[in-house]
Design a binder for this molecule. Structure first.
Ligand SMILES: [Zn+2]
Length: 97
């Protein structure tokens, strides 16, 4: 079992742990279960990663400027004062705190 907790489980209902949340593949007792947000089970890292990315995209639109801590990995590379004129697109909100 590889339980993996990523923070709080605010708006998620507790899910049954017998099927992958994403692809609905049955999860047996001897199957590795990859947890996300504490109570969402996935059959594989790939499935979990997809859900994480979907949630991440959602959170970006929900919490535009409310919190800048959720997307640290993706934004850390260009978050600090990007003044490169050649780069046309910055994805989402750049943290200018
Ligand atoms: Zn799955």
């Amino acid at each position: 079992m590889s339980y993996y907790y990523t923070g709080c489980a605010e708006h998620y209902e507790p899910h049954f742990l017998d099927a992958c949340f994403l692809c609905r593949k049955p999860l047996g007792f001897n199957t590795d279960i990859f947890m996300y947000r504490g109570n969402t089970p996935f059959c594989s890292k790939d499935c979990r990663q997809e859900q994480i990315e979907m949630d991440d995209a959602k959170e970006k639109s929900w919490k535009r400027s409310a919190s800048s801590s959720i997307r640290k990995s993706e934004q850390s590379k260009n978050a600090t004062g990007t003044t490169t004129p050649d780069k046309p697109v910055r994805t989402g909100t750049v943290a200018v705190a």
